[in-house]
Design a protein around this ligand. Structure first.
Ligand code: GDP
Length: 445
């Protein structure tokens, strides 16, 4: 899903990351590269233009110039703008005050409407609703049967004209289905309409007729993410011909580009509400713009982490630490304690780990263990005198015993901490001197 875009953006950002401060030329080049990445992923031109203009304006502003890590700041801006393009807030289904809630599906033939009817039906049933699927696609041979198969798999009743009953008017079927839903206490009616291969006036008029007959609470326009630039044109035609309140992106599993689908929100002004990612009824989910942006940027929820780190360490602290780590002043146990307290302000370690891509599963196991360990380390350092913290070499055997007793740990714990501290300090000197530390406020002047 959006692999091309993800890969491209990852490349743009990796060249940015090696930069301390960003010049205007850097920002121009980055904007150009992002533009190419979006165009290659099939994002529609007006969307690309608006996106790039916003990025450039913000990236040349004080937001980035004053940032301790400009590259991260640019990524944060791209993320925020991407969320905006994708619709901002998650848009959820609106239910009618007086049931049944009517959801009408519209879109080209093959877009995935019938499959979606089953997916939505199953999803709503699992959420405690009693949906009814309605076969108002009487055009395509087998459409009714296909919906019946899907309904059965979803465990949801299907309303369809009886074979041989002579009812051939989809508008009539749709109207009758609402009555049927009321009688049988169904609280949601999902109306599957006939698709069309291309934009076809007559079928468009039929969909509008069904719309007028059932007054849908939601009309979902289903669009195949694989149809490229046609997605935007089709969306505009449906917006003008039938109107819709939300978009469903289907077949996101199949497409490496998918950018056209991402443009639909910006072009039509209607939100993307669901994403379909496979042929199975379970391959379906609510569309969250923020999570999708984060996925496209390949960053888990690291952005939250960056924000939190920014608030935990103030600028002064960052400069001071950077000076120590790059080999200026001596790093002491006092600094170590200060750093640890700042990191702990970010919240339990388990939560921090959960924000890293891929580390989610480890979270529960590690959280408990490390919290206790950190408590111990904190207690030991607090048990030392300020002079000892500044120069741990002076802590002799009897003092170690006193510190251990005072902080409720063993002498071995104290020894380990002091030994590790010396090792860490040695390493920091080597590393810090050689390359500076990213993310710690290193500034090129
Ligand atoms: P309709 O004509 O709009 O009702 O489209 P269908 O629901 O019949 O779907 C057309 C084809 O696309 C079928 O073969 C579906 O199995 C397939 N399909 C639907 N949604 C998805 C999806 O999210 N991913 C994939 N890979 N295939 C899908």
């Amino acid at each position: 899903m959006f692999d091309t875009l993800s890969d491209r953006l990852a490349n743009v950002f990796s060249s940015l990351r090696s930069k301390g401060r960003l010049s205007e030329a850097d920002i121009d080049r980055t904007a150009r590269e992002i533009r190419i990445a979006l165009l290659e992923a099939d994002v529609a031109l007006p969307v690309v233009k608006a996106f790039i203009a916003a990025i450039k304006e913000r990236a040349t502003g004080s937001e980035v110039a004053q940032a301790l890590n400009p590259a991260q700041q640019v990524i944060k801006i791209v993320n925020e703008e991407l969320i905006g393009i994708l619709g901002g807030e998650t848009r959820r289904l609106q239910f009618a005050k007086n049931p049944p809630t009517v959801i009408m599906l519209a879109g080209l033939q093959g877009a995935g409407k019938t499959t979606l009817a089953g997916k939505l039906g199953l999803w709503l049933r699992k959420a405690g609703h009693q949906p009814l699927l309605v076969a108002a696609d009487l055009q395509r041979p087998n459409a009714v049967q296909q919906l019946q198969v899907v309904g059965e798999r979803a465990g949801v009743e299907v309303y369809a004209p009886q074979p041989g009953s002579g009812v051939g008017d989809p508008i009539q079927v749709a109207r009758d289905s609402i009555e049927h839903a009321r009688r049988t206490m169904r609280d949601i009616v999902i109306v599957d309409t006939a698709g069309r291969l291309g934009i076809d006036e007559e079928l468009m008029a039929q969909a509008a007729g069904i719309r007028d007959a059932v007054s849908p609470d939601e009309t979902l326009f289903v669009v195949d993410a694989m149809i490229g630039q046609d997605a935007v044109r089709t969306a505009e035609a449906f917006r003008d011909g039938v109107g819709f309140s939300g978009v469903v992106l289907s077949k996101l599993d199949g497409d490496a580009r998918g950018g056209a689908a991402l443009s639909v929100r910006h072009v039509t002004g209607q939100p993307i509400m669901f994403a379909s990612t496979g042929e199975k009824l379970e391959d379906f989910d609510v569309f969250h713009p923020d999570r999708m942006a984060s996925r496209i940027l390949g960053m888990g929820d690291v952005l939250t982490l960056i924000e939190q780190a920014e608030t935990a360490f103030d600028a002064d602290q960052q400069q001071k630490m950077a000076a120590k780590l790059t080999g200026g002043d001596e790093f002491t146990l006092e600094d170590f304690l200060e750093q640890m307290l700042a990191v702990r302000k970010l919240g339990p370690l388990g939560n921090l780990l959960g924000m890293l891509p891929g580390a989610g599963q480890l979270k529960d196991q590690l959280a408990d263990l490390d919290e206790k360990h950190l408590d111990r380390v904190q207690a030991i350092i607090r048990g030392m005198t300020p002079a000892e913290r500044a120069d741990p070499k002076m802590i002799n055997g009897s003092r170690r015993l006193r510190i251990a007793n005072g902080s409720g740990v063993t002498v071995t714990d104290v020894n380990q901490l002091v030994d590790r501290f010396f090792e860490a300090r040695k390493m920091m000197k080597q590393m810090g001197g050689a390359m500076g530390l990213p993310g710690m406020g290193r500034r090129k002047s």
